[in-house]
Design a protein around this ligand. Structure first.
Ligand code: FES
Ligand SMILES: [Fe+2]
Length: 392
């Protein structure tokens, strides 16, 4: 069955992907990771930031992309355009920028002072006449960049444009409140676990009642003791689900107070993300956005190696912290998010250690873990297509 090339566009049949166990080696085998790296990571569009980080000409952010061995400068040029420039001087490769973000009118290399514009053009180089090359040839190298719904995506070897890659998810992203965000809270973590094991933890609710008994709140209980989603859909490579909320459930006080502070503000800003208020949008391979009435929660997981990953969690907001109440609410929401997440990290790393022991040939997904199964199916098919294309 071909999941992503159009044969299944949208479905909510829980058994459409079958019931087979999943090879455990996908989670630790360096050879399999190398195939994923070439077939998926180098070719996919990946979210690495938001346009609110680059408000003015010359604004830049630096991103280290381990799977590509690359350091990228995402820069808003003097012409207003966004570009993704390799952070590598074209003279002898020296990295131009060490800061994580900032604003500059030019980028000068500390080694021999070659100087580049915000569009990557080589503006000046001392004694350049003595080189047997041209300025045009010495512009900074670029990778593909585009935006959707305010989110910045890059791709090293894209096989199609961003909107085509996102398919029906592109229009959805455009309509979400994150498109209007002006600021965010961020939490970056490294984890000793494969990217899929890390990401899958956030695609299933089966663990909520065991790992988050204090904090899962109204997401579990009553008629739905595991808090399974009320619906899901598979959209090509991507997927969505709608979070179930127990009508009789109550939020823990630590969550309730910031939520009651935030909700009038979000409603006034038109940021409630209704009718998407309980929708979860997952983009292949590593991104999801959870729209809740209280905040806009985004998480992506980048691989560092087969058994190590980096996650970036962001809560996006519109407007500054105008009152102490808003400030408190945002900080408290982020603190609670970190609290819940710390409960996940330990259990995910324990999973990785068990898998990496090689004791298991297979792992299993039940039918309510279909989003995890779908990710694996798309991974398998993308790797198989790459193998077929590069064979011989
Ligand atoms: S390496 Fe950058 S100017 Fe020489
Ligand atoms: Fe969790």
């Amino acid at each position: 069955m071909n999941v992503y090339s159009g044969k299944i566009e949208v479905t909510d049949d829980p058994l459409v992907l079958g019931t087979e166990p999943i090879p455990a080696r996908y989670y630790y085998d360096p050879e399999w990771y190398e195939l994923e790296r070439k077939a998926i990571w180098m070719r996919s569009w990946l979210n690495i930031g938001h346009v609110c980080e680059l408000p003015e000409p010359g604004s830049f952010i630096r991103r280290e992309i381990e799977f590509a061995g690359a350091s990228l400068l995402i820069v808003r040029g003097k012409d207003g355009e966004l570009r993704a420039l390799h952070n590598a001087c074209t003279h002898r490769g020296t990295q131009l920028v060490e800061e994580a973000s900032g604003k500059r009118s030019t980028f000068s290399c500390p080694y021999h002072m070659w100087t580049f514009g915000t569009d990557g053009a080589l503006l000046s180089a001392p004694d350049f006449e003595r080189f047997a090359t041209t300025r045009e040839d010495c512009a900074l190298k670029q990778v593909s960049i585009d935006t959707c719904g305010g989110l910045i995506f890059i791709a090293f070897e894209p096989q199609q444009g961003l909107r085509e890659y996102l398919g029906p998810m592109a229009d959805k992203l455009d309509r979400l409140a994150v498109a209007q965000a002006t600021t965010f809270h961020e939490y970056v973590y490294e984890i000793d676990a494969n990217w899929k094991l890390t990401y899958d933890n956030f695609q299933e609710n089966y663990h909520l009642r065991f790992v988050h008994p204090r904090t899962a709140g109204p997401g579990i209980g009553g008629a739905n003791p595991f808090g399974y989603p009320s619906s899901f859909s598979l959209c090509g490579k991507h997927r969505t689900q709608t979070i179930w909320v127990n009508p009789e459930g109550t939020f823990p006080p630590a969550l309730m107070l910031p939520m009651t502070k935030m909700m009038p503000r979000l409603a006034a800003d038109g940021l409630m993300d209704l009718p998407y208020a309980r929708d979860y949008f997952a983009l292949f391979p590593n991104f999801f956005l959870l729209c809740t009435p209280g905040n806009h929660f985004l998480h992506y997981v980048m691989p560092i190696s087969a058994g190590k990953s980096r996650g970036v969690i962001r809560l996006y907001w519109k407007g500054e912290d105008e009152t102490a109440g808003v400030r408190y609410a945002r900080e408290a929401t982020m603190a609670t998010t970190r609290d819940i997440h710390s409960e996940d990290v330990n259990i995910i790393e324990r999973g990785q250690r068990g898998l990496a022991s090689g004791a298991l040939e297979h792992i299993h997904f039940q039918e309510k873990e279909i989003l995890c199964r779908h990710l694996i199916k798309v991974v398998e098919e993308t790797v198989e297509a790459y193998r077929a294309e590069t064979a011989g």
